[in-house]
Design a protein around this ligand. Sequence first.
Ligand SMILES: [Zn+2]
Ligand SMILES: [Zn+2]
Length: 258
Amino acid sequence: MFHFELDVHTHTIASGHAYSTLGEMVNAASRRGLKILGVTEHAEGVPGTCSYLYFSNYSVVPRHQAGVDLLLGVELNILDYEGTLSMPERLMNQMELRIAGIHKFCYVPGTKEQNTDAIVNAMKSGWVDIVSHPDDGSVPLDYDIVTDAAKEYDVLLELNNNSLAHPQARPNVRENNLEMLGLCKRKGIKILVSSDAHHESQVGIVDNCLTLLDEVGFPLDLIVNTDAEAFLRHLEKKHAGTKLPNLYPHTHERQVEK
Ligand SMILES: [Zn+2]
Ligand SMILES: [Zn+2]
């Protein structure tokens, strides 16, 4: 039985091209029985997103709402082949979740080798918990190297439902994800499944990912979403030494609508 306990890559209206409020996203997560919701607004570089002030004021938001534990973080942009991230370190240090991905608003696609360097260097920096949608054929990657680096630097690779639901936006998304999943399965590397929701209706909905995981026969114990505690342990390890308010929530029982 697949227990989908956490969806930690989502966006609210603050990201500029998403359409639900934080409250609406939390309520959707609660209705769908999630233990943890992660909201990771786009960092500067994606047009119309929020400013540093939005990220620096996260402390005003209660982290336990409607029976859901809320993590507030960022989806960083990987800006170049050196893996430069689009947020000052002092602000990254305050983020409870740090996802990093390539967005072509602020990245010039290079050769397969250069794009792979970009991702690997970002992972190597130590700031990145999760690499988002490493599946875009217009930014080709060497998946053998990327999966090895994910293991070495303890970074989760994401299987992104949005990418699979809109294959026209990212060429070869299915083939690339199949290759990545095959390598992760063979090497015993854990992955994260995300909705990348930009509207409340998508929170916790990862049907396209589940179909692909089923097709590959991907082992459940390599999917961190099945175990909220294991995911929090991953974050604790990555964020060791940082001082954050309310950093690691305690998951708790509550009633879920059927
Ligand atoms: Zn977005
Ligand atoms: Zn993204």
